[in-house]
Design a protein around this ligand. Structure first.
Ligand SMILES: [Zn+2]
Length: 241
């Protein structure tokens, strides 16, 4: 696979038809089209080890920025590595509606770290979030959450080393967090989301659903009674005649 910036600023990219990223603006896995390359003369003059290219998202038309390492400089073209770094990544989403304010704040910071590829910082914020959850929910709920955490490992078939790492980060407050890799952070993300779902979101949604159902049923009962009365008043005169 070759990517070259030509003297006239055009781009030769053998993967052009297949280049797709998850757009940080519209969140769609979309094909992206190159729209801007660095000034060729300045590239040859300064010879940076990495260059940025600007693409447009074909779904929402927003700019998408990718950074490529330079493989070699030539008089009429610059050769780039096909590997790239996405400068903006899609933000991780979570329904914060049912979370206490402090826990929401901590987990929002955790997701910001994750979205910016700061996986060790993400793990530290997950540990802080978990500590706040356990302080809020008490020791009995902590035990239940631990069981559910272990269940999630079996359901999602998570490998033992990654699971133990996540478990120590979340449940062992004395764990010194080492450098975390992207694949490990991805597992920790799903386990943390599940933990918060079990601790707050599931209960909150259930309570709200029951409350709404009861509200509408009591409304229906009132309406039914009113309807019955109306029918009576209509029916009675007809019977008399
Ligand atoms: Zn887009």
């Amino acid at each position: 696979m070759s990517i070259e910036i030509n003297q006239d600023g055009s781009l030769n990219d053998s993967r052009e038809q297949h280049l797709a990223v998850k757009c940080p603006h519209c969140d769609v896995l979309s094909h992206i089209t190159p729209v801007s390359t660095p000034d060729f003369n300045k590239l040859l003059r300064f010879k940076p080890s990495q260059v940025g290219l600007v693409y447009r998202c074909d779904s929402c038309n927003s700019p998408v920025f990718l950074k490529h390492a330079v493989k070699s400089y030539h008089t009429d073209y610059v050769s780039l590595s096909s590997h790239y770094i996405e400068i903006e990544r899609p933000r991780e989403k979570f329904s914060y509606n049912y979370l206490p304010e402090e826990i929401e704040g901590l987990f929002r910071e955790a997701l910001t770290c994750y979205s910016n590829n700061c996986f060790t910082a993400f793990a530290v914020m997950c540990q802080k979030t978990a500590q706040a959850v356990f302080a809020d929910q008490g020791s009995m709920m902590r035990l239940r959450l631990f069981d559910q955490f272990t269940e999630a490992r079996d359901m999602a078939d998570i490998d033992e080393n990654t699971f133990v790492l996540s478990k120590n980060i979340v449940f062992d407050t004395d764990t010194k967090i080492r450098l975390i890799r992207a694949t490990e952070a991805a597992v920790l993300m799903e386990l943390m989301k599940d933990l918060l779902y079990q601790a707050y979101v599931r209960k909150g949604k259930l309570q709200q659903a029951v409350m709404m159902r009861q509200f509408f049923i009591s409304g229906d009962e009132t309406t039914d009674t009113a309807d019955d009365k109306e029918e009576d008043t209509v029916v009675l005169p007809t019977q008399e005649s």
